[in-house]
Design a protein around this ligand. Sequence first.
Ligand SMILES: [Zn+2]
Length: 394
Amino acid sequence: MKNINTGKKRSKNECTFAKSEIIELATNILKRGNVCNHCLGRQFAHVSTGMTNKERGAAIRTHLKKKENIKCEVCGDIFRKLDKYADAAAARMKKLEYSTFLVGTILSSELISEEESLWEDVGIEYCESIKSELNRELGKVIYDRVKKEHDPKMPDVTVILNLDKDRIELNVSSLFIRGEYNKFKRGLPQTKWDKYDETLEDVIAAPFMLATGGDGHSLHASGREDIDALCFGGRPFVLEIKNPVKRNIDLKKMAASVKKTGKAEILGLKFADRREVVKVKSMQNDKSYRALVEFAKPVKDIEKLGELNNTVINQRTPHRVEHRRADKVRKRKVLGISWKRINNKSFELLIKGEAGLYIKELVSGDDGRSKPSVSGLLKNPAVVKELDVVKIWK
Ligand SMILES: [Zn+2]
């Protein structure tokens, strides 16, 4: 008997289709009813390598001197329809800009039960699943048409063969761009906030939406400044554009468009991927602030604030954010503080704080929830009138 294993692992793989066990199994499968070469060969996928299931099925059949029959009772001849599905997928992919793709299959309940019933009858010792064969075979015929790389990890486009609904679906991966932003307009929340019509995210995303034809966006940033605060420190972010039609966009043009609004600027733009979102969200940066502070009474002992230098502040979750943050006491250090007198009740404070230090509360004391504080130390109620992030230490 000829050894028909043509794979590279031939020396390791002593199994051949000529073994009596394989012949018996194949005979049993053929006795069950009509079966195509794909479905026959797939049951022996792990017996030999280096050939497709279809070739394997044909080889077994030749060996058993049996002809292939149509109307496969396992798959309903689904493999004959792959060209049609590939045409449909390629036509839709043509409208997109992408470099890589992946194929996934949603099986119909009939296919699942046919496969299970076959496995119950003949076992699963050497088999591959129909799902994995469909993914691979459809991937090959789509590749022939689109000539784009297959990427199982982070494809730009996922083609889904939905056999439950007998249709091709496309899942376009989001486009990710990382960079840093500065914010020049007060009263602009970073992301969606009920009371506000416009967000910083809208300002940044607008040119990207136009250029990519995407249908949604998300701004993932490393922390956020208050709605009324400006930022000059270059806050790291990743912008996500959902369902982009175009991906090869001119990032310099995007930055120029944002700058033109006068509300923000974006710097150091680079194409990124989903993994950067987690990275940027978990960054912990110390920050320097400029705070315009107004005191209730004239200040005579401002130099007392020097005591805050290198001091750990106990900050219980501020009143103003307690509805969305867990109530707990955070310990954050003031890394530096200096001041400039504007008049006897107004001072500009320059504060460098550890990541997560609440500046407004450091100044006001937040009804005793932040200790020590500017108000408490000077025994003079103080509030922040203007707050800007002047540097984000990276
Ligand atoms: Zn079949």
